[in-house]
Each structure stands twice: as structure tokens, then as C-alpha cells.
Write a protein that binds this ligand. Structure first.
Ligand code: UDP
Length: 312
């Protein structure tokens, strides 16, 4: 197949591109490099089955005929979408529409990268796909949360009104090589801090939870969903829940660092807990993650060590 990947230079987009090329597809990647990096694609420079267009998908574009569209373009870390607030809203609205129009035009399948942020600061725990969420529509995270919720509504509308063969994954916290070293996220911050011998910055009391999925597990779940008949959202994430402080301890252990833990203020509207219920993915896709946090951190060590050594 010829496959369009928007956000191809990003963390997930580039891993997805690699998996699609390995499965003998050809990939047309699009990215405006606002948070993605060509470094994530540099190994594909001489790959004839990979084409790249530097473009902001919020403006219309045409990839030419494709059989499938993976819509992964968006700033995704709280630090990035705070900096690129309006851009995040635009890519989640105009950008998703432009990607859907390509799927409609070429009668291609479509998979949209949605997020656990659709659940906001959830009142139901763990989160099933049926939960409608608890989102502050005007707070600092709203530029991301509401963009992603609007995208979901648009994807469902293209499915219902135009019959586009759409799929939606709700992605929970994912980590691994190619995470931006300075995106402010918990795993990138802690790994970089531990490897540099700096204090690990736990926000608040560190009792808030997240559930961390290693990137290879996440991509496998997403590929299975793209081949399924399911049009409604499916949670893909690792259901093992960690407090921020235990995550800091795990990073210190895996890196063998002598860093200490310090506490910084908790950002506004930081969700207090997050854990996917993955019964639906298990049932529909026969998928569940295989790599636990400490193993995944070990698999990410070389990447973060290289980041520490190249100070750009
Ligand atoms: N966090 C932290 N220290 C950091 C970065 C993040 O304690 O240096 C916490 C943050 O408060 C949140 C969790 O880690 O509760 C996950 O934050 P992240 O920015 O990775 O993504 P989120 O899941 O909030 O989108």
C-alpha cells in the first residue's frame, strides 16, 4: 500500500513510518517540523519507498493517491502545546479535516491519533472508551484536549455522513527512543536529569498517576487497530499505573544515578490519575503491552545517553 503519515517526523509518526516500511509499504510523510525532527527520519534518506513533504497540514495539500492515512500531526507534550496553543487547535480542526478529505478523495482507510486527554481529569477510574470525560474547556490544557475532542467528532462525522473507513486510537502516555529530550514530559525530563546527575523534578507531591506504554507496544496496537473493523475509539496504553514519584525512583534505579528527588509546583489542571481500561483492545485486537516500565526505560537508555552527549 501507499500510506500517508501526517506528523511523520514526530516520536510516534517516525516509529510508525519505520514499521510500515518494514512491512513493505511505501510511505508519504508530512510534517511541518514544529515539534518533529528530521533526525527521526535521517536513516531513511536513501529509502526509495519513503517520500517527505515539509508542510503544515492545517493548510490543504495533496499527497496523491494513497490507500491509508495515519493522522498523527499535532504538538503533544504539555510544554509544546502551551507554546503552540493556536497551532494545536488548528491542526486538530483544519488539519484533521484536510487529512480526512484526502482519505475521502482516494477512498482510503483512516486512523486518527486521539488521546487519553479526551478524558481530562477523569472522575471514572480506570478509563473505558464509554467514559465522556471531565475536561476544562478553557484551561491551559484546553488547546490540546478540545482540539483532540473536536477531531474525534469530525472523524465520526466523516464516517457517518461520508462513509469514510475511519478508526480512532486513544493513546495513553507513551515513551521510548526519539522522545524529544526537552519536551518537558515526565520520562524525558527524568531520564535527562538522572543521566546528567541533576535533581529529578517531581511536580506536586508526586502522587498523581500515569500509565506508561513502551513505543513498540503502542505501535503494534495501533497497527492492529488500523486493520480492524472498529470505528469507535479504542484505548491503547499500558494499564500498569505508576505514581510520578515511583516513576522517578524507577528512573534513578535503571540509570544507576545518584540524583535526588526534588518537588516543584504542580501545573494547573494536571490530571490526578490516568489508567486505561484495555479490555476492548484485548477483545477486539488480541493486543496487550508486553514491555514493563523498567524494561522500557532500559531499552531507552542508549537514546537518552546520546541526547546528553549531543548538547544541541
Ligand atoms: N511530571 C513531573 N515532573 C516532570 C514532568 C512531569 O512530576 O518533570 C508529572 C506531571 O505533573 C504529570 C505527569 O508527570 O502529572 C505526566 O506529565 P507529562 O508532561 O509527561 O504528560 P501528561 O500526562 O500530563 O500529558
Amino acid at each position: 500500500m501507499r500510506i500517508l503519515v501526517t506528523g511523520a517526523a514526530g516520536f510516534l509518526g517516525s516509529h510508525l513510518t519505520d514499521r510500515l516500511l518494514a512491512a513493505d509499504h511505501s510511505v508519504f510523510g508530512v510534517d511541518n517540523l514544529s515539534t518533529g525532527s528530521m533526525k527521526n527520519l535521517s536513516h531513511l534518506e536513501r529509502e526509495p519507498r519513503f517520500e517527505f513533504l515539509e508542510h503544515d497540514i492545517s493548510a490543504p495539500f495533496d499527497s496523491g493517491r494513497v490507500d491509508f492515512v495515519f493522522n498523527f500531526a499535532s504538538p503533544a507534550s504539555p510544554v509544546d502545546y502551551a507554546r503552540l496553543g493556536v497551532e494545536t487547535l488548528m491542526v486538530g480542526s483544519e488539519g484533521t479535516k484536510n487529512a480526512l478529505d484526502i482519505a475521502r478523495k482516494y477512498n482510503a482507510g483512516f486512523l486518527h491519533a486521539s488521546t487519553s486527554e479526551c478524558y481530562g481529569d477523569p472522575l471514572e477510574h480506570p478509563q473505558t472508551e464509554e467514559y465522556w470525560g471531565h475536561v476544562n474547556p478553557i484551561g491551559p490544557r484546553s488547546v490540546y484536549d478540545e482540539a483532540k475532542r473536536f477531531s474525534e467528532a469530525l472523524v465520526m462525522a466523516y464516517h457517518r455522513y461520508y462513509g469514510v473507513d475511519t478508526h480512532m486510537v486513544r493513546i495513553f502516555n507513551t515513551y521510548g527512543p526519539r522522545l524529544q529530550k526537552n519536551d518537558g514530559r515526565i520520562i524525558s525530563n527524568f531520564m535527562m536529569q538522572a543521566l546528567k546527575g541533576e535533581d529529578l523534578t517531581v511536580y506536586g507531591d508526586g502522587k498523581q498517576t500515569r500509565s506508561f506504554c513502551y513505543v513498540a507496544d503502542e505501535i503494534e496496537g495501533i497497527l492492529r487497530l488500523s486493520q480492524s473493523e472498529e470505528h469507535l475509539p479504542v484505548n491503547i496504553g499500558n494499564p500498569i499505573e505508576w505514581t510520578a514519584i515511583d516513576c522517578a525512583r524507577a528512573v534513578i534505579e535503571v540509570t544507576g544515578s545518584s540524583s535526588k528527588i526534588v518537588h516543584h509546583p504542580l501545573p494547573q489542571d494536571d490530571p490526578t490519575r490516568r489508567q486505561p481500561d484495555i479490555s476492548k483492545a484485548r477483545r477486539l485486537l488480541g493486543w496487550e503491552p508486553k514491555i514493563d516500565l523498567k524494561t522500557g526505560l532500559e531499552l531507552s537508555l542508549d537514546y537518552f545517553r546520546a541526547c546528553v552527549e549531543t548538547p544541541v
